[in-house]
Design a protein around this ligand. Structure first.
Ligand SMILES: Nc1ncnc2c1ncn2[C@@H]1O[C@H](COP(=O)(O)OP(=O)(O)OP(=O)(O)O)[C@@H](O)[C@H]1O
Length: 227
C-alpha cells in the first residue's frame, strides 16, 4: 500500500540473544508524526535500529518504504538509508569542515555530481531549518540547537520518505528543544512522515500526536492521558 511507510507484523526484536520487544504489529502511514516513548532500556533505540537496518529483522515481517526488512541484505542497506533521514541525539557533524561542506559531503557520498544542483539543495534544506545564513560556519561555532537544525537539514538532503529521530532533543535545553520541535513539526506539515523517540514528556504535551509506547517488551499505542 503506497500510504503505508512502515508495516510490522508479529515482529520480535533481539539484542544478541535477549528478547527486547515482541508481538509488534503496527503501521505508520504517510504524513504521520509519531512519538515513540518508554523508559530507558525499554527498546526504543532497538526499534529504530530495526527500521534503518542496523539490527536485522529475524522474526516476523516488516517493510519500511518499499524495503522488505526480512529480505534486507548488507548491500541493500545504503539504498534503504537513502529513503530515510536519520537524526540522533548527538549531532554528528564533521568538525573539520563548514556546514555547507558537511552537507556537500553527504550529497557526494550519495551520488550527487552537479555542483549547481548540490548548492541549490544545500540552500534549500538550510532554509527549511532556518539556517540559510550559517552555512559558512564550522560546527563548533554553532549552538547545540543550531547544530541539531543542521543535522535535520542533513537528514532532508535526499528527500526522505521517513525521518527517524532518536532523542533529537536529548542534548538540548527545554527552550531549544521546543524550537527544534517546531522545525520538525513544520517539516511534518510539509508532508514528511516522522517517527521520533523521546523521553521528553513536556514536548508530548505541548505538541500532541500519535504516541507509541515501549513497555514490558511490547509496543502499543497510548492515548495522551495515559502517557
Ligand atoms: N548492542 C547491544 N548489545 C546487547 N544488548 C543491547 C545492545 N544495545 C541495547 N541492548 C539492550 O537492549 C535493551 C533495549 O535497549 P535500547 O537501547 O533499545 O533501549 P532504549 O529504550 O532506547 O533506552 P534509552 O532510552 O536508554 O536509549 C536494553 O536491555 C539494553 O541493555
Amino acid at each position: 500500500m503506497p500510504n503505508t511507510i512502515v508495516e510490522l507484523r508479529d515482529v520480535a526484536i533481539y539484542q544478541r540473544e535477549s528478547l527486547v520487544l515482541s508481538e509488534i504489529n503496527l503501521d505508520i502511514n504517510k504524513g504521520e508524526f509519531v512519538y515513540l516513548i518508554g523508559k530507558t532500556g525499554s527498546g526504543k533505540s532497538s526499534f529504530m535500529k530495526t527500521l534503518y537496518g542496523d539490527l536485522p529483522l529475524t522474526q516476523g515481517s516488516g517493510t519500511v518504504t518499499d524495503f522488505d526488512l526480512r529480505a534486507l541484505k548488507e548491500k541493500d542497506i545504503p539504498f534503504l538509508r537513502r529513503k530515510l533521514g536519520i537524526v540522533f541525539q548527538d549531532f554528528n557533524l564533521l568538525p573539520d569542515r563548514t556546514i555547507n561542506d558537511n552537507l556537500l559531503f553527504v550529497l557526494k557520498a550519495t551520488g550527487w555530481k552537479d555542483k549547481e544542483e548540490m548548492d541549490a539543495k544545500i540552500e534549500e534544506v538550510l532554509g527549511r531549518v532556518g539556517m540559510k545564513t550559517k552555512g559558512f560556519k564550522f560546527p563548533h561555532q554553532l549552538s547545540g540547537g543550531e547544530q541539531q537544525r543542521v543535522a535535520i537539514a542533513r537528514a532532508l538532503l535526499n528527500d526522505p520518505e521517513l525521518i527517524l529521530a532518536d532523542e533529537p532533543t536529548g542534548n538540548l535545553d527545554p527552550q531549544t528543544s521546543v524550537e527544534v520541535m517546531k522545525v520538525l513539526q513544520e517539516i511534518n506539515r510539509n508532508g514528511r512522515t516522522i517517527l521520533m523517540a523521546t523521553h521528553d514528556y513536556a514536548l508530548l504535551l505541548k505538541f500532541p500526536s500519535k504516541t507509541l509506547k515501549c513497555d514490558g517488551s511490547k509496543v502499543f499505542e497510548v492515548v495522551q492521558k495515559n502517557v
